[in-house]
Design a protein around this ligand. Structure first.
Ligand code: ZN
Length: 141
């Protein structure tokens, strides 16, 4: 299945802007996520201000989907509380696993809703969830 129209456009925009792909000063947590089946190797860093994820970034190299997904996740979650972040990650994972299909509920995922299509592409699922899974590991600490 091809990514078409708005999907590929949004993915391209996120890859081109690169505004979330950077180092942050003195992150509180850094976690590496690796997807051997594609070669994606991304490191997610978070700086907390009390309960708020004040700054998030990712580094490393991955395919277009994994990097765009990381960038969409950061746009969505940066500035939110830990509880809200966990809730967003659960919604995203639910969308990918097709457990959540209600459009209204998925709308809160903002740009990341375009990744709904990868749930039909098993080979791309690991790319799409990599950054979310990695951030989830940080939040479990
Ligand atoms: Zn990939």
């Amino acid at each position: 299945m091809d990514l078409n129209g708005i999907y590929s456009q949004l993915i391209m925009e996120h890859n081109k802007s690169g505004h979330n792909k950077k180092e942050i000063d003195n992150p509180d947590y850094t976690e590496r996520g690796h997807n051997p089946s594609c070669g994606d190797d991304l490191t997610v860093s978070v700086k907390f201000n009390k309960d708020i994820l004040e700054d998030i970034s990712f580094m490393g190299t991955g395919c277009a989907i994994s990097e765009a997904s990381a960038s969409m996740m950061i746009d969505l979650i940066k500035g939110k509380t830990k509880e809200e972040a966990i809730d967003d990650i659960e919604t995203f994972m639910g969308m990918i696993k097709k457990e959540i299909t209600d459009e209204e509920e998925l709308e809160k995922l903002e740009d990341a809703i375009v990744l709904k299509n990868i749930s039909n592409m098993p080979a791309r699922v690991k790319c799409g969830v990599l950054a979310w899974h990695t951030l989830n590991e940080i939040l479990k600490k």
